[in-house]
Design a protein around this ligand. Structure first.
Ligand code: CA
Ligand code: CA
Length: 361
């Protein structure tokens, strides 16, 4: 027995040591793997942070380029002789032939592989909600056409929302009235009663703004509007300029916004049909400009030629559009990191363009 023990004991001890070595080796390799992985992750984080900073800087630079474009466009249009006064003077108006539109979808690539795309759009290319209920201080009143137009606009947006019709529990007329009450200076609902009832029952309670809208996002605070509806509305509308803006710029608006032209004789206005939208687009493609004033001696075509002669358009338009407000979207990409800066700039004062909005995405 004892000799058996003599032979077997070292053998068992050797086995245990071997097992221990294996466990240690395993632990070592596990910690090596996790150390290596950590090192790789750390270097990726550092690289990502570098890319992120570079992308953010590139996007900010893109905004400066965009501002340079809208100012150069203004100077090219003949404001140079009035540079000292810096006042907004009549220019040929905003069209898609302008300098600021020439960089659309053009990708600028820097020496280190970063890329930048700048998209500039005039405010008139969207329907200005603040032109529907134009601000006039305490005298601000929504015209009857404002409610009718908002009903048609909201119904169109609701109809086009890509969700199940059963989920569209919106009432366009109620929404239109709630939006007017949010913007008008009084505290009485369009249908009578206090405007604050709904808002005071919220947690936390708040009040209607009773002033022009400061952002499209603000519409989400209005009774009956939810995030989905505001998102659907976003591609059609703007709130700029906040005061003193006109209706849609027929010379720059995309087809889905042109479809919001509300036209006709008083009391019988309707959204225009696809034929009118097509007519405007064809005129633009032919290098013509839709004008509301004199059409003599220029590339102007009249509203009548667009089948918009009879009656009027609401909100009122003045073409060529002289709006000084532009949205600049600057999207930069470095490695796998993308940064977008969205700004709204007013170029009315050439020496001091005003930054009205800034958001990093
Ligand atoms: Ca009201
Ligand atoms: Ca109100």
């Amino acid at each position: 027995m004892s000799s058996w023990r003599r032979f077997t004991k070292p053998h068992r001890e050797g086995g245990m040591i071997l097992a221990l070595v294996l466990v240690l080796a395993l632990m070592l390799s596990v910690s090596m793997i996790s150390f290596t992985r950590r090192a790789v992750i750390d270097s990726l984080i550092v690289r990502n942070r570098d890319d992120s900073q570079r992308a953010a800087a590139l996007a900010r630079g893109g905004v400066r380029l965009g501002i340079a474009l809208i100012l150069s466009d203004r100077l090219l249009k003949g404001a140079a002789e009035n540079f000292e006064t810096t006042e907004l003077v009549a220019t040929p108006g905003n069209t898609l032939d302008d300098l600021w539109n020439q960089t659309r979808n053009f990708e600028i690539v820097d020496a280190e592989g970063g890329s930048l795309v700048i998209d500039v759009q005039d405010a008139g290319a969207r329907l200005n909600l603040n032109a529907v209920v134009p601000y006039a201080g305490e005298k601000t009143r929504a015209e009857p056409e404002a409610e009718e137009f908002l009903v048609e606009l909201l119904q169109k947006v609701i109809d086009e929302m890509p969700i199940d019709p059963g989920e569209k529990l919106y009432d366009a007329r109620e929404l239109a009235r709630n939006l007017i009450d949010w913007m008008d200076p009084d505290d009485t609902r369009v249908v009578g009663g206090g405007e604050g009832d709904y808002y005071q029952s919220q947690d936390p309670p708040y009040n209607p703004a009773n002033r022009p809208l400061m952002s499209v996002e603000e519409v989400g605070l209005v009774e009956g509007f939810d995030v989905q509806l505001v998102e659907a509305l976003r591609r059609y509308v703007t709130v700029y300029p906040i005061v003193g803006g006109n209706g849609i710029n027929l010379n720059t608006a995309p087809p889905h916004v042109l479809a919001l032209i509300y036209h006709g004789v008083s009391g019988e206005k309707r959204l225009v049909d696809a034929d009118t939208v097509g007519r405007i687009l064809r005129a633009r493609e032919a290098g013509q400009v839709v004008c509301t004033g004199s059409t003599e001696g220029s590339d102007c075509v009249s509203l009548s030629e667009m089948d918009l002669g009879e009656g009027s358009i609401f909100p009122e338009i003045e073409l060529p559009d002289q709006s000084g407000v532009f949205t600049i979207r600057s999207r930069a990409k470095v490695g796998n990191v993308e940064r977008t800066v969205v700004t709204v700039v007013d170029r009315s004062n050439l020496l001091e363009p005003q930054l009205l909005f800034w958001r990093t995405e």
